[in-house]
Ligand binder design. Structure first.
Ligand code: FMN
Length: 245
C-alpha cells in the first residue's frame, strides 16, 4: 500500500560519502512497499558483518523478515499498540512539547499520528524488517566481562552501519523499539521467530524504498552541549570554529 508523500517526493540522489550518509540519515517512517534489489539489500546486510565486538565474539544475530507479511503485520500492530500506550493517554497540551522540533504546520497531524499510533505502522510497508538480537553470555570467552550490555552495544553499532549503508544507497530505514519494548510483546516476536532464550531481541530496523523525503533536523545538541573538555562540566569550545572566523 502506498502512503502519501507528506514531506514531498523522495529524491533519487543518493549520498556517497560517509559524512553525507551520517548527516542525511533520518528515521524514515513511510515506505512505498517496493522491493529493494537483492544486491542492494545484501550490501546493507553485509555492513553489519564489520561490527566490532569484545574479543570479536560477534554476539549479534539478525532475523531478516522479508517475505513473511504476517510477521511484518504483527510487528507493525505491536508498534501501533505500544505507541498508543505511550503517546495516546496524555492530554495534547501536556505532551505536544515533545515534538518541538517538528515545523509548526506539521505538528497537528504528526501529533495525531503519534497518538493513534499510525506513524509507527511502517514495518507493514517496509521491504525488510530486521529483528536484531543480542547475547550477553559471551559464549566461549576465557574471561568474564563485568559489563553485561556488550551484546546490545554491538547490535546498536551493527544497526547503525546498516542504516548508514541504506542511506548511502538511497533507501530509507527506521529503528523501532516500540514492538519489543514491553517484555510481553518482545516474547510474542521471539516465539514467532523461534529465537532461543539465550538471545534477546533488542530492536527492529525497517528498510525499504522511501515513501517520504525528510529534512536534515531535528536539531541536535551543539558540540558544546554534548562534549566537556577534560573534565565533566567544563565546556568544550570549538577551536576550528573560532579559527575560521
Ligand atoms: C533506542 C532507540 C529507540 C527508538 N525507538 C523508536 C521507535 O520505537 N519508533 C520509531 O519510529 N522511532 C524510534 N527511534 C528513532 C528516533 O525517534 C529518532 O532517531 C530520533 O527522533 C531522531 O530522528 P532521526 O533518526 O530522524 O535523526 C528510536 C531510536 C533509538 C536510538
Amino acid at each position: 500500500m502506498k502512503k502519501e508523500w507528506k514531506y514531498g517526493k523522495p529524491s533519487k540522489n543518493a549520498p556517497v560519502t560517509v559524512q553525507d550518509a551520517i548527516r542525511l540519515r533520518r528515521s524514515i517512517r513511510r515506505y512505498t512497499g517496493e522491493r529493494i534489489p537483492d544486491e542492494d539489500l545484501e550490501k546493507i546486510l553485509d555492513a553489519a558483518r564489520y561490527t566490532p565486538s569484545p574479543e570479536n565474539m560477534q554476539m549479534y544475530r539478525f532475523v531478516v523478515v522479508r517475505d513473511d507479511q504476517e510477521t511484518k503485520n504483527l510487528i507493525a500492530d505491536l508498534a501501533v499498540e505500544a505507541a498508543k500506550e505511550t503517546f495516546g493517554t496524555f492530554p495534547a497540551e501536556l505532551t505536544q512539547g515533545r515534538i518541538w522540533y517538528v515545523p509548526p504546520d506539521r505538528r497537528p497531524w504528526t501529533f495525531t499520528e503519534m497518538r493513534d499510533g499510525s506513524l509507527f505502522e511502517y514495518p507493514r510497508y517496509a521491504d525488510v524488517v530486521i529483528v536484531a538480537c543480542a547475547s550477553e553470555s559471551f559464549h566461549d570467552a576465557p574471561i568474564i566481562y563485568p559489563l553485561n550490555l556488550f551484546g546490545s552495544i554491538c547490535v546498536g553499532m551493527a544497526l547503525m552501519k546498516m542504516w548508514l549503508m541504506a542511506t548511502a544507497l538511497g533507501y530509507g530505514a527506521g529503528y523501532q523499539a516500540f514492538p519489543i519494548m514491553d517484555p510481553r510483546r518482545n516474547e510474542l516476536i521471539a516465539d514467532r521467530l523461534g529465537i532461543p532464550r539465550s538471545w534477546h531481541v533488542v530492536a527492529t530496523l525497517s528498510i525499504g524504498v522511501r515513501g517520504e523525503e525528510r529534512m536534515i533536523g531535528p536539531s541536535r545538541l551543539t558540540l558544546e552541549g554534548l562534549f566537556y573538555k577534560e573534565r565533566w562540566g567544563n565546556p568544550y569550545v570549538r577551536k576550528a570554529f573560532l579559527e575560521e572566523e
